[in-house]
Design a protein around this ligand. Structure first.
Ligand code: NDP
Ligand code: 8X3
Length: 253
């Protein structure tokens, strides 16, 4: 049987790492990507024994590095079955007039342009093979805008639009295109958003039960195991305590 290959960006942490585990359990060979090489090396030992594994270290912001890394894949790793565009983060939580250009650049360059660079290198092979599945990790921030979310929400609204565009353009080739839009997931996300401030980051997930990275990965597993005629196109997944980006039922402490 032909090997099924999952190419996962942001596999060093959170949702991407959980996807690597769940898809390995489904028999996928895993290509894990990220900037933190030591974590990508460690992942190999953590995956189910015997999982074919290859890792690529690159920053999705650097177009040439993205292309060079993907072009370096050995022939037997080139026919990617599932692309999970997951790498991303929020940087800062500030009103628009106080936000920093550095944070804005990071979110647009990583969440939007990084996703495009990776896709640009991988989609042509899918088109040629007339097969493949793309799962873009969007967010509820791509469906609604919340106070101080301005540019992060903008970047995730862009992911929403790009996903819809991919689905239209890739329709003639039988390529499945999906967006998963999670609400609050307890990962390193808030630690990055608040620039390493543990206390602030932990506060985001206090007083209710947030999603775990595994809850999102479980949905990815469900999506990739559907029969050929079925695609989950656009899914929002929330913790039960969350009704929208601005309505969250926290217990009194
Ligand atoms: P984490 O911070 O735990 O993981 C982010 C991943 O993205 C890491 O593996 C990181 O790898 C990678 N990444 C970040 N910047 C770059 C870069 N410049 N180049 C390459 N890789 C990069 O957060 P999550 O798992 O929560 O986030 C995953 C996705 O889910 C993101 O797109 C996020 O926007 C989205 N999301 C998260 C939600 C949440 O509440 N946590 C809710 C909705 C959506 P490394 O640092 O090693 O490069
Ligand atoms: C992550 C969820 O609400 O912090 O996309 O934007 S939120």
């Amino acid at each position: 049987m032909e090997k099924k290959i999952a190419f996962i960006t942001g596999a060093t942490s959170g949702i991407g790492k959980a996807c690597a585990h769940y898809l390995a359990e489904e028999g996928f060979a895993i290509i894990g990507c990220g900037r933190r090489k030591e974590r990508l090396e460690a992942l190999q030992k953590e995956l189910p024994k015997g999982t074919p594994y290859h890792f690529l270290v690159f920053d999705v912001r650097e177009k040439d590095a993205v292309y060079e890394a993907i072009d370096s894949l050995p022939a037997e790793w080139q026919s990617i079955t599932v692309l999970i565009n997951n790498a991303g983060n929020a940087h800062g939580l500030d009103p628009i007039h106080e936000g920093s250009e550095e944070d804005w650049d990071a979110m647009m360059d990583i969440n939007v342009k990084g996703l495009l660079y990776v896709s640009k290198r991988i989609i042509p092979g899918m088109v040629e093979r007339k097969a493949g599945q793309i799962i873009n990790i969007g967010s509820t921030a791509g469906k609604e805008v919340y106070p101080k979310g301005n540019v992060y929400c903008g970047s995730k609204h862009a992911v929403d639009a790009i996903t819809k565009g991919m689905r239209l353009d890739l329709n003639p080739y039988g390529i499945k295109v999906m967006a998963i839009n999670p609400g609050l997931v307890d990962t390193e996300f808030s630690l990055v958003r608040f620039k390493g401030n543990d206390e602030k980051a932990a506060g985001v997930y206090k007083g209710f039960e947030p999603l775990k990275a595994e809850d999102v990965a479980d949905l990815v597993r469900y999506a990739v195991t559907r029969p050929p005629h079925v695609v989950l196109a656009d899914v929002i997944i929330l913790p039960t305590a969350q009704a929208s980006t601005t309505m969250l039922h926290k217990k009194e402490s």
